[in-house]
Design a protein around this ligand. Structure first.
Ligand SMILES: Nc1ncnc2c1ncn2[C@@H]1O[C@H](COP(=O)(O)OP(=O)(O)O)[C@@H](O)[C@H]1O
Ligand SMILES: [Mg+2]
Length: 249
């Protein structure tokens, strides 16, 4: 399988504190990897570091995407290379309407996605400032609409189902599925790669998952079958689970 993303012994700090303390993981082309871990373990920081947000400083290690070292690349260039992210808590963007962002960010694709906004229950939001006054579910649907316009080859999904009601989970799960699978060629299977943070595992019902990682205290503690890891975590929490004992890294 072709390696899409490789994170090698990554150390990074934010606010003067080391948060990532030597992270190693890989995601192959078309693969869905799930990242589990307790609150505060560094999962969102890892995603922000892969995306290249400037509030985080990489102190050592590498991020390789499609064979290219992107560790020091600015966020916009990473987006152009094909990395997209659905943030856990995206900021409000005052003065910029959602529809305008989609038009500007995706000249090829934007109009078609805007015409489809009702399928995301988003047609009433295109003239509103991005995320300003949006509910939890509305923010997630807005993020997905933007990602659909961007069409990334590799998607970082930070808790896509958290704070979302059951009906919206169904919508979000199906739209994430459409992003990862080629709907134009149904037989082709999953062709977009992703790294997904989830606590409940609900999103896996829609997209499947190939590999699971558990992050603790800024490092990947173990990896394994994502469904088995989730079962262990539900049974034993993030302490000494059987999976950890078997495949401790
Ligand atoms: N800008 C920052 N300044 C200081 N500490 C931060 C900053 N960003 C994140 N942290 C801290 O890093 C730790 C990991 O945060 P985060 O990556 O959001 O964890 P997770 O997503 O696993 O819950 C937390 O203790 C958080 O408070
Ligand atoms: Mg987080």
């Amino acid at each position: 399988m072709t390696e899409m993303l490789s994170v090698v012994d990554l150390h990074a700090e934010a606010g003067g504190r080391e948060i990532l303390k030597g992270v190693d993981l890989t995601v192959d082309q078309g693969e869905t990897c799930v990242l589990f871990g307790p609150n505060g373990s560094g999962k969102s920081t890892l995603m922000s570091t892969i995306m290249g947000y400037s509030n985080i400083t990489v102190t050592s290690g590498q991020i390789i995407f499609k064979g290219k070292d992107i560790t020091d690349m600015p966020v916009d260039e990473r987006a152009k290379l094909g990395i997209g992210m659905m943030m856990q808590r995206p900021p409000n963007i005052y003065g910029v309407k959602l529809g305008d962002l989609i038009r500007v960010a995706s000249p090829q694709n934007g109009e078609a996605v805007l015409a489809d906004a009702d399928k995301f229950k988003m047609s009433g939001f295109l003239d509103r400032e991005i995320n300003v006054g949006f509910s939890g579910g509305e923010i997630k649907r807005s993020e997905l609409l933007q990602l659909t316009a961007q069409k990334p080859e590799f998607i970082l999904l930070d808790e896509p189902e958290s704070g979302v009601d059951l009906e919206n989970i169904d919508l979000i799960g199906n739209k994430v599925h459409d992003l990862l699978y080629d709907s134009a060629c149904p037989g082709r299977g999953r062709h977009v790669s992703s790294l997904v943070i989830t606590h409940t595992g609900q999103i896996m019902d829609y997209i499947g998952a190939d590999k699971g990682y558990v992050m603790k205290n800024g490092r990947i503690q173990c990896r394994g079958n994502p469904l088995e890891l989730l079962k262990e975590i539900k049974k034993n929490g993030y302490g000494e689970c059987d999976a950890c004992r078997m495949i401790r890294l």
